[in-house]
Write a protein that binds this ligand. Structure first.
Ligand code: PNS
Length: 159
């Protein structure tokens, strides 16, 4: 596949996201990791901080671009001239939300395709919310996030 978009909140990027990006980059010439600006307002990190963190943690991967988008994903998808949107699916609990989102997007645009990728088992339980909670209470982050995310989390929570 030529180009796929991997959209999300990424507040912050964790090893499950990285796993999906690595899998997607093996399947596509270009993977555009896209931070949703609309959802960034109430997050821990600003959109710019998220983009920067993703850029640095994916710099070893060929064909990965990182950016942000505002508004509807279908509009960004059309603008980017991409073939598909990638979403990571971890457990059955993700399915209902992902199914709803994929169908709404297809309803908004007939050319919209969603591809679901499963991260490896060791990352299946990870979420940015859980990672932030562990960080807030001073827990060890090494198994959950790249070193750069761990450092940024500690710094941000100390502010
Ligand atoms: O990491 P997340 O929070 O599960 O990502 C959700 C995201 C950003 C992919 C989704 O909320 C999104 O596409 N937002 C853009 C607005 C939009 O297009 N909404 C309609 C589709 S549900």
């Amino acid at each position: 596949m030529k180009k796929a978009i991997y959209p999300g909140s990424f507040d912050p990027i964790h090893n499950g996201h990285l796993d999906v990006i690595e899998r997607a980059s093996g399947l596509c010439d270009t993977v555009v990791v896209a931070v949703a600006r609309n959802l960034s307002k109430n997050g821990l990190f600003s959109t710019e901080e998220r983009v920067e963190m993703i850029k640095k943690t994916t710099s070893h991967l060929k064909g990965v671009e990182v950016t942000s988008f505002e508004g509807l994903l279908v509009d960004f998808f059309a603008e980017q001239n991409a073939q598909a949107v990638i979403r990571g699916i971890r457990a059955i609990s993700d399915f209902e939300y992902e199914f709803q989102m994929a169908l709404v997007n297809r309803n908004l645009s007939d050319t919209f395709e969603t591809i679901f990728l499963m991260p490896s088992q060791e990352h299946i339980y990870l979420s940015s919310r859980i990672v932030k909670e562990v960080a807030r209470f001073g827990g060890e982050l090494a198994a959950f996030v790249p070193e750069l995310t761990a450092t940024s989390l500690r710094k941000k929570l100390a502010e």
